[in-house]
Write a protein that binds this ligand. Sequence first.
Ligand SMILES: C[S@@+](CC[C@H](N)C(=O)[O-])C[C@H]1O[C@@H](n2cnc3c(N)ncnc32)[C@H](O)[C@@H]1O
Length: 211
Amino acid sequence: MIADENAAREWVRALPGVDDAAMARLELLVELLIDENSRQNLVSAASLESVWVRHIVDSAQLLAYAPEVLPGPWLDLGTGAGFPGLVIAALRPQAEVLMVESRARRIAWLERARLAMGLDRAQVIGLRLEMVETRPVSVISARAFAPLDKLLGLSARFSTAHTRWLLPKGQSAGQELSQLRKWQHMFHVEQSLTDPQAGIVVGTLAGMTKR
Ligand SMILES: C[S@@+](CC[C@H](N)C(=O)[O-])C[C@H]1O[C@@H](n2cnc3c(N)ncnc32)[C@H](O)[C@@H]1O
């Protein structure tokens, strides 16, 4: 487990390919988030005391399960406060990170943060997911977006047999997976680095018959 904010920063800095510019983008994100959180309720105020553990590493740890080379976009569902989408884009600025968010104030926040962080390849899609045009993507991520069965139902149309799904699910990961009616055997749970009780549902829909 990552114990504190210093350990969290050091853990991110040691990730492959992370340089001073990437760390500066994340420091800026934290600064902007703290400021914006005084105007709109993006994350709980308490979580800002350990923002690097609770939000930055919690997002960045997904990279361990993502392909190194992304032939297509990384689609993040319900990016809201920016997690994990903005963190992934900060650490992989060459990746095409698509952040779907439906609430107007959050769309505006994401766009301001994206521009300030210089994330030219990332895109905020300010729509309900149901309205987003179908296209194949390399990764689908979603933190605190919807229960697993609903999430899969809403977004399977973006998945190919190679799309990697990375779904931080907190303490409910195992239970949500065990209750899944369809595609259960295509996923497993990885331990989160930020909370001993939390898991990340990881998998692909390889061999699925219906999109
Ligand atoms: C609980 S928040 C989580 C935000 C962020 N992923 C995080 O972990 O901090 C869920 C976000 O999903 C957005 N959302 C919910 N349903 C949506 C939909 N159908 N399409 C797009 N965004 C949606 C909400 O507006 C909200 O910002």
